[in-house]
Design a protein. Structure first.
Length: 100
C-alpha cells in the first residue's frame, strides 16, 4: 500500500500501526481525548497519499483483485477519509467522548 517514494516501508507500516493504537488508547481518558483527536487527524492525513497510491497503482490494484478486493473499493475509501477525520474531531472536540 505504501507509495514507493516512502523509505523503509516495513518500518513505516509498523510506526503508523503503533501511532494508530496509541491514538486510540489516548482517546479513552477524557484528559487526553482532545490531543488524541488531533493526533489521529494528523495520522489520517499522513496516510491519505498511501490510499491514493493504492487506488491508482496498477500493481496494487492487481494484488487487491487477487485478494478479492474490487477496484471500486479502493476508490470508495478515498472520500471516507474526510468523514473519518470529521468523526474523530467531533468525538474529541470537547475532550469527552461523544457517540456520533
Amino acid at each position: 500500500m505504501m507509495p514507493p517514494w516512502i523509505p523503509m516501508h516495513k518500518e513505516a507500516v509498523a510506526v503508523s500501526g503503533i501511532a494508530e493504537i496509541a491514538g486510540g488508547a489516548a482517546m479513552l481518558p477524557d484528559s487526553t481525548a482532545k490531543p488524541a483527536g488531533l493526533w489521529l487527524t494528523a495520522l489520517l492525513l499522513a496516510v491519505f497519499p498511501a490510499n491514493i497510491h493504492m487506488a491508482i497503482d496498477r500493481g496494487q490494484i492487481e494484488r487487491m483483485a487477487r485478494s478479492g478486493i474490487p477496484k471500486w473499493a479502493l476508490y470508495a475509501r478515498l472520500p471516507l477519509q474526510p468523514v473519518l477525520i470529521y468523526l474523530v474531531l467531533k468525538s474529541t472536540r470537547s475532550g469527552t467522548q461523544q457517540v456520533v
